[in-house]
Design a protein around this ligand. Structure first.
Ligand code: SGN
Ligand code: CA
Length: 524
């Protein structure tokens, strides 16, 4: 009977919408399990990169489904990326351009959870939200305030109450997700569950049971670690350098607290370890205590200090990742045990990529490869397996889920459904280039405002605001983006072609700021 209600509601919603492409109704409504992590980059997922991490559970999704090898975000920052994902629209159109100036996401606009809800789906969101406003379009939600805490975090409930929950956040988000699936949802309806982890966000705090892992691992510095940023003034101006103690704080980021160390982020560190219970704190101190002793005794300087910081950063990131991979495994096992796997699309992605020492950095924001990319694997029952190399972006998720549910995709959505590709077809008119726009400046990490276009081989970037600087890269011959070719006569043809393509995309998506900023240099 409940299924009938789903069909009826779905039919009404479909009939009410006009002027949109009509998607065929699926024989049986497919559930959607969308798992999104924070700052988990493809270099640290073994199905993308075998150098550092082992993520067997995340890789399971790819092994039983597809791995997108050219997956990107539209704006490499948490809130904006989430807003793009949930609306299917670029930042200027969904209004949430950055984490600092934008107070809150306008939850009155159309989002895919709302449309799914209208079509009879039961929708839920658990974990990091980071959009300032109260979530809309969800039958159930339980979110962490702001960035959330790794240990004994607070959760905001739908009632408006905030409760402190004892435990480690990655596990708790999974517990709550399984609890909702098992006990709270209406089994007569298809579900769409968004599981949003805080991991792998700074400051990479592992669960106490994983602290001792990977202490024997050594990592070669990336070839670009000591980049001189020649020809790239915006890259030179950032504040996300591992070597810099201002940017990567030894107390907060690397847990080297000592009475006499009054670093910039020491108060933040004290607040978060202050949340720990006595057992957690004892395990924490027992692990980091001896490392601190050694660090202060050694007091490394210069390149030696940078290498030491990089090693600690990599190890802490991997320890934190262990919980994430295990907990995703738990959720996948749950689907298997309950027979849900055969009727559930599983998606794993991150809100953006991250630097693991490339160019000497941590953090994201730039349109350069490591942070513009994001891991994306999907497992569609009955779908194809293998790699998909089409250029895809986080604005494509919303239309994918809508098409899967048989809901018409509103024309205002910028993204395109990935469903045909999940079913083995490659649309002949698939996009040949991607648009990107980053806004959060001046702000933490000091990455200047920029936008640009990336195609399969080339990338053009314009940094603007307090700078007017263009960069052009040949990704085939210069994958690390070290040689800015903009203005070089031998690349004039590519440069012109990409400038035109940039304008075409800005016009297509209606990014007036971008169009206006193009003219900056030309007017002089
Ligand atoms: C916090 C972090 C930054 C990070 C932003 C945005 N600082 O402000 O390092 O870039 O979040 O990250 S911290 O001292 O609070 O850890 S995002 O993924 O949420 O966009
Ligand atoms: Ca993030």
């Amino acid at each position: 009977m409940r299924s009938d209600r789903f069909l009826l509601l779905g039919g009404l919603a479909a009939a009410a919408a006009t002027g949109c492409a009509r998607a065929p109704r699926p024989a049986q409504p497919m559930n959607i399990l969308y798992i999104m992590t924070d700052d988990h980059t493809a270099q640290m997922m073994s199905c993308y990169d075998r150098r550092y991490a082992s993520t067997p559970n995340l890789d399971r999704i790819a092994a039983d489904g597809v791995r997108f090898t050219q997956s990107f975000v539209a704006n490499s920052l948490s809130g904006p990326s989430r807003a793009c994902m949930i609306t299917g629209k670029h930042s200027h159109a969904n209004g949430y351009t950055d984490n600092t100036i934008c107070a809150a996401f306008d939850g009155s606009q159309t989002t895919f959870p709302k449309l799914l809800q209208g079509a009879g789906y039961e929708t839920a969101l658990i974990g990091k939200w980071h959009l300032g406003s109260v979530p809309t379009g969800f039958d159930h939600w339980e979110i962490v305030p702001g960035q959330g805490d790794y240990y004994n975090p607070n959760f905001i409930l739908q009632t408006g109450d905030t409760v402190r929950v004892e435990g480690y956040l990655t596990n708790l988000i999974t517990d709550k997700s399984i609890e909702w699936l098992e006990e709270q949802r209406d089994p007569g309806k298809p579900f769409c569950l968004l599981v949003h982890h805080k991991a792998q966000h700074r400051n990479w705090m592992a669960d106490t049971c994983n602290l001792a892992l990977y202490e024997d691992r050594e990592f070669e510095l990336p070839a670009t670690f000591f980049d001189d940023y020649e020809g790239r003034p915006a890259a030179a101006a950032q504040e996300m350098s591992i070597a810099s103690d201002h940017d990567m704080d030894v107390v907060y980021d690397l847990k080297m607290w000592r009475e006499d160390q009054h670093t910039r982020l020491r108060p933040t560190y004290e607040a978060i370890v202050g949340r720990m219970n006595p057992d957690q704190r004892a395990a924490w101190e027992a692990f980091y205590g001896p490392i601190r002793e050694e660090f202060f005794a050694l007091d490394p300087q210069g390149r030696e200090r940078a290498q030491w910081k990089y090693t600690r950063y990599m190890r802490d990131y991997l320890k934190t990742l262990k919980s994430l991979d295990d907990q995703v495994g738990r959720l996948l096992d749950y689907l298997d045990e309950k027979g849900l796997a055969e009727n559930t699309l599983v998606v794993y992605t991150s809100d953006q990529g991250f630097y693991m020492g490339e160019h000497g950095w941590f953090d994201k924001r730039f349109m350069y490869e490591e942070s513009m990319r994001t891991p994306l694997v999907m497992r569609l029952p009955g779908g194809v397996k293998g790699d998909i190399d089409a250029l895809v972006q986080n604005i494509d998720y919303a239309p994918t889920f809508l098409e899967l549910a048989g809901v018409e995709v509103p024309e205002e959505i910028h993204g395109r459904s990935l469903l045909p590709m999940l079913r083995g077809e490659r649309p002949a008119d698939w996009r040949r280039s991607l648009y990107y726009h980053f806004y959060e400046y001046p702000a933490e990490h000091m990455v200047k405002r920029h936008y640009g276009v990336r195609d399969e081989r080339w990338k053009l970037i314009h940094f603007y605001n307090d700078i007017d600087h263009w960069e052009l890269y040949d990704l085939q011959n210069d994958p690390s983006e070290l040689h800015n070719l903009y203005g070089k006569p031998e690349y004039a043809v590519e440069q012109q072609r990409l400038r035109k393509e940039l304008v075409r995309l800005q016009e297509q998506y209606g990014d007036r700021t971008g169009l206006e900023m193009n003219r900056l240099g030309e007017a002089e």
